[in-house]
Ligand binder design. Structure first.
Ligand code: LLP
Length: 419
């Protein structure tokens, strides 16, 4: 459930009409609902209640806006981060360093140092050499890094190839058959406290069976590691739960997921770590846009909107579907293609779709844009960087400015020798 509903004929975010935000902030603009974020955070927490000891680290790559992180920090959420920049964001938004998990296949030395200096709670190690380097740096600082070994369970998550991460040919984790040996060697290094294993098999998952299969393999591994004399205190189950991008879609709920996890991990006697991203923020945001033209097409009209693939990359990158809805629907419908102004045919949000009838100047939204939306935006075609707004009841705030094309221009130099 979200808080983007029609009231008096106008689509609102909570109690704020989107027409007001468009007038005052301009378009395109991302709009988030605080109440929806809070609700999703609570529903996820309640969903996993049956699993026992647990910790939730929001995958901030899904939406790193600091106001969003602050809302989740107030809900007791930690963060799953994948870069030094994300570490800084999580902490400056109010997340406790000990509640932060550092994932990522290419952590640099500088990032490992930064993470140790701020006191990150858990490192998810992706390869043996990373563990060796982390141990050295930690020992040289007189610290001990708490870590898990990320394992690649070799299961097909059944999602888009570009967001699938748990097959053996993917770049993530160590092969499960090599994991005991690597774990054993890392566990003997000073500076490192190896406390468990981690996995994440993919994103936008609609089927719990591959997850359950992966957890089964991890359970086996935990048993093997304990058999070798290792103390296993935590298992990081990653994220991946899908969200409905179309009204008729029905992905497993956090409660369905929690029940499966409770069953699959029964008797593990560990703290379970969760790294949800999309399921928390996806439906808590829309991308508000204005129709520039209705361009007659050969087969059907093109609705040309002022948002483009640089603002919302998912359709161009993953052929992703985002529902399109008029802010002031008339009840009329039309069949059209929807595209942005960027000079690529890939800058198309939909082809031949039945949508609310719109005309030049009308406002509309792409729904379910709260996850992997603004954060994947760029300034391609020298377009401004898209701003973000958060609504809370009848008030709203701009939580990220629109960065003008000219500001970006100011950060560029023409060297003297080109004078
Ligand atoms: N943990 C790890 C280690 C991850 O790599 C990811 C996502 C997550 C947690 C969170 O997964 P979620 O719960 O959001 O599914 N840009 C793509 C999605 C990339 C996901 C990358 N990893 C998209 O727009 O669909």
């Amino acid at each position: 459930m979200d808080h983007f509903q029609i009231k008096n004929g106008i689509l609102h975010a909570e109690d704020v009409p989107l027409t007001r935000i468009a007038d005052e902030v301009g378009t395109p603009v991302y709009v988030y609902s605080r109440a929806t974020l809070e609700r999703h955070a609570q529903v996820f927490r309640e969903g996993i209640a049956p699993v026992g000891r647990s910790h939730i680290a929001f995958a901030i790559k899904a939406n790193p806006n600091r106001a969003v992180l602050r809302v989740l920090a107030k809900q007791g959420y930690g963060a799953d981060v994948v870069s030094g920049g994300e570490i800084s964001r999580a902490i400056s938004a109010g997340m406790k360093p000990e509640d932060v998990v550092f994932s990522g296949v290419g952590k640099t030395r500088a990032e490992l140092e930064q993470a140790l200096d701020v006191g990150i709670g858990q490192f998810n190690i992706e390869l043996e050499e990373e563990g060796v380097v982390l141990a050295q740096i930690a020992a040289s600082k007189g610290k001990t890094a708490v870590a898990t070994l990320r394992v690649n369970p070799d299961v097909d998550a059944g999602t888009h190839a570009k967001i699938s991460t748990g097959k053996k040919e993917n770049k993530f984790g160590v092969a499960i058959d090599l994991a005991p040996g690597i774990f054993d060697r890392l566990a003997n290094l000073p500076g490192l406290s190896m406390q468990g294993v981690a996995l994440h098999i993919g994103s936008q998952l609609f089927d719990l069976d591959p997850l359950e299969a992966a957890y089964g393999r991890i359970g086996q591994l935990v048993g093997d590691l304990r058999g070798m004399g290792h103390k296993i205190e935590r298992v990081d189950l990653g994220g991946g739960l899908g969200v409905p991008y179309k009204a008729e879609e029905n992905p497993p709920s956090p409660a369905d997921y929690g029940q499966m996890v409770a069953r699959a991990t029964e008797g593990w006697d560990v703290t379970l770590m969760f790294e949800p991203g999309r399921v928390i923020v996806g439906n808590a945001g829309v991308l508000l846009t204005k129709v520039i033209w209705i361009k007659p097409g050969v087969i059907r009209p093109y609705v040309i909107v002022d948002a483009a693939m640089n603002d919302l990359a998912r359709p161009a990158m993953y052929d992703a579907w985002h529902d399109f809805a008029a802010v002031q629907p008339t009840g009329e419908r039309m069949n059209a293609n929807i595209a942005g102004p960027v000079c690529e045919s890939g800058d198309t949000f939909a082809m031949g779709r039945d949508i609310d009838a719109v005309a030049s100047g009308d406002l509309a939204v792409f729904r379910t844009a709260g996850a992997y939306g603004a954060t994947m935006a760029s300034t391609y075609n020298s377009r401004p960087l898209v701003p973000e707004v958060m609504v809370d009841g009848d008030q709203y705030a701009v939580v990220a400015d629109r960065i003008a094309a000219e500001t970006i221009l100011d950060a560029e130099r023409i060297p003297d020798w080109l004078a």
